[in-house]
Design a protein around this ligand. Sequence first.
Ligand code: ZN
Length: 274
Amino acid sequence: MTGHLGLKMLGSRLLIIPLFCLAPFAVADQRPVLSLVIDDLGYSFENGQAAINLPGNHTYAIIPGATYSQKLATLAQRKNKEIILHLPLQSSNSEAAMEPNSLNEKMDEDQLTANLHSMLSAIPNIKGINNHMGSHLTEIDYFMRPIMDIIRSYNPGLYFLDSRTTANSVAQTEALNYGLNSISRDVFLDNDYTNIESIRLQYQIWLQKARERGSAIAIGHPHSTTIKFLRENLPLAREQFEFVSVSKLIDMVYYGEDAYSWQQELSYLQRDLN
Ligand SMILES: [Zn+2]
C-alpha cells in the first residue's frame, strides 16, 4: 500500500478507503522539541522561584553550596521539575569569580573524586549534570576523563549536558566514551541579559534550530529580564513546540523512533567543532 490511501477491490467496485479508517493508531506529536535549562540556581531565592514557576517541563541546574541551593532544589522537585547538578569547573578567564568548590587543574584524582562526590551528594535526586563555566577544564581530555569516570562510578544513570562554554570542549565526547548519556547545549539565551533584543534574537535562533533539526536545547539564567521574556513568550511557543526535560530529550534522541537521529546530533557536533 502506498501513499495516504488504502485501495481495496470489492466486487467490481473500487473502494478508496483512507488508511486511518482501517486501523486506529496513535498520532505522534510531530511538533519540534525544545528543552530549556535554567542555570545558576541557588544565589537568589526570588529569581530562582520565578524561574521554577515558569510553566512547562524545564530543567533546573542547581549550584552546589550556594545560599538557596537546597531550598530551590526542594521547591523544584515539589513542582515535578527536573533538577541537575550545575558543576563548577575552572574557567579560562582568570578574572571570573570562581565557586570555592570549583574543580581545577591543580587537583589530583583523589581531590577530584572527593570534591565531585561531595557536590553530587549535596543535591539528592538529580537526573544529570551540566558544567558551570569550565571553558578551561572542558578543553582538557585528561581532566574530563577522570571526571566522567567518577560520575559513572557514582551513578551511571546520570547524563552529562555539555554547556559548551568553549567551542573546543571535549566534555560530551569523553562523557560518551565513559558510557554516560550526553548531549550539548545549542543556544545561550542571555549572555547579554540586559539587552532584551539580544535575548529575543537568541530565542529565535533556538526555535529555528529546533524547526530545522527536530530539537534544540537552550540555556538561560534566572535574571529578571530573562524570566520576564520567557514568561511572556513561552505560552505561544508551547502551541508550536513540545517542551521536554533534558532526560526526556536524551531518551528521544538516543532511543526514540521519530526524533532526529543520533548520527545527526554527532554530525552537528562535529560541524560545530570544525
Ligand atoms: Zn553557570
